[in-house]
Ligand binder design. Structure first.
Ligand code: AMP
Ligand code: MG
Length: 415
């Protein structure tokens, strides 16, 4: 049986980015870039003022002070988006506002607060050395500089930078389609009548949402019943997608037909079973190189194997150069006893307590209990060989879902 790391090492090579597409920037949010993008022009594109005040020749106001103000001639105005100011001769000042272009010749700005205007004169009561309060052309970005690299994801910051460079189209990796095939005679769609013995196919809604939030395109197929012909037909349809995920029927029960159905439609087995708890029966296979993953039907197993084993593969396929989970260190709030052997992924609530990140394990870690996932924001990784974990121990945790809670903040008590 493979460890989680071995399973990932076997799976990841089958997930390669699909190639690129060119999108308008407004359509590309959350996508991974496939090409480097360089600056089209200097930013700021021209020298401009960082303050409301007066543009001056620094040399003219060198000796200016509160008790020894320098008087300059007022010459024109420069405002953001207004007409370009005329060149400024020595001995003169130009009224200027934040973001407005500096007049040619001016090399410093004096803050409005250090000035007094009367008629066509302005008194400067503070020296302003060269370049003071001036945002120099190219000081933020110089033309040709790298803005983003392949594999960078377009978060609002990246988007803003590209927009500021008037880059309206970007090349990003294509989003894979991922077929979701549930199996089980007992499964019914949401809202359908539940006769005795039937249950709602809750996994399909959970995994659809997990796929959507990763950024891939979920394609939920109608659930297949537990018989070979039906599963095979559904699998052939599912294979039209870039990746296939089946749910359920992958264990050793008499009605677990997924392995056999894989074989019958030419899906070649890769591995079966991983030393993970919950989620041991996970299967990985390929059809002409196309990845097919069978996750267990148990709702908690399905979610956990998805997060730990499937999501990294899909992130890689989306173009993420660091697709593995990125755990943080946290202190265990409660002690925990367990049967060693498999790495256990335990549901927990993580919160900041003072300087520390603390994780409280949910007291129900059974693999069928959906209420135990409500409010969960961390999956704690309990090492395979440990039978006992004590309160206060450091563990690794994958932050998940609704985000971290904090018992305090730098904003508390701020005026
Ligand atoms: P299986 O992996 O098919 O043996 O299913 C294990 C358990 O998970 C059984 O109790 C199933 O009823 C349940 N189950 C399987 N598939 C789903 C699903 N799509 N949604 C909710 N529960 C499921
Ligand atoms: Mg089943």
């Amino acid at each position: 049986m493979r460890s989680i790391a071995e399973a990932l090492a076997s799976m990841l090579p089958a997930f390669t980015p699909l190639g690129e597409e060119e999108l308008h920037l407004t359509e590309a949010s959350g996508r991974y870039l496939s090409r480097e993008v360089t600056a089209r022009f200097d930013s700021p594109p021209f020298d401009n003022s960082a303050m409301d005040g007066y543009a001056v020749h620094a040399a003219d106001v060198q000796g200016a002070a509160q008790d020894e103000p320098v008087e300059l001639l007022l010459r024109g105005e420069s405002r953001a988006g207004g007409p370009l100011p005329s060149p400024l001769e020595p001995g003169a000042a130009c009224r200027i506002f934040t973001g407005a272009p500096m007049p040619v010749g001016a090399d410093a700005v004096v803050m409005q607060e250090d000035t007094e205007q009367s008629g066509d004169r302005v008194r400067i009561a503070e020296a302003s050395p060269r370049a003071k309060h001036v945002r120099a052309q190219g000081s933020d970005v110089s033309s040709g500089a790298t803005l983003v690299r392949p594999g960078d994801r377009l978060w609002p910051g990246e988007l803003g930078l590209l927009a500021s460079q008037n880059i309206d189209r970007v090349h990003v990796y294509r989003r894979p389609t991922v077929a979701l095939l549930s199996t089980g005679d007992e499964l019914r769609a949401l809202g359908e009548e539940l006769e005795p013995g039937a249950i709602v196919n809750s996994n399909v809604y959970v995994l659809t949402e997990m796929l959507r939030s990763l950024g891939v395109i979920p394609v939920a197929l109608p659930a297949a019943r537990d018989n070979l012909p039906e599963i095979e037909t559904a699998l052939r349809k599912a294979l039209q997608a870039d990746v296939v995920i089946t749910m359920g029927g992958v264990s050793v029960g008499a009605y677990d037909f997924v392995h056999e159905a894989f074989a019958n439609v030419g899906i070649e087995p890769g591995f079966w079973k991983v030393r993970i708890k919950p989620g041991k029966p996970l299967a990985f296979a390929q059809h002409e190189g196309k990845p097919v993953i069978g996750v267990p039907g148990n709702p908690i197993s399905a979610m956990i194997t998805f997060e730990v084993l499937v999501a990294p593969c899909l992130r890689k396929m989306l173009g993420d150069p660091r697709p593995h989970p990125q755990p943080v260190m946290a202190r265990l709030r409660n002690s925990y006893r367990r049967r060693p052997g498999r790495v256990e992924i335990a549901r927990a609530v993580a919160s900041r307590e003072g300087d520390e990140l603390v994780v409280a394990l949910h007291d129900r870690q059974g693999s069928g209990s959906l209420p135990s996932f409500v409010g969960i924001n961390a999956l704690v990784i309990l090492p395979a060989d440990k039978a006992e974990l004590s309160r206060g121990e450091q563990v690794e945790a994958i932050l998940w879902g609704p985000g971290l809670r904090s018992d305090r903040s730098a904003f508390d008590g701020m005026d």
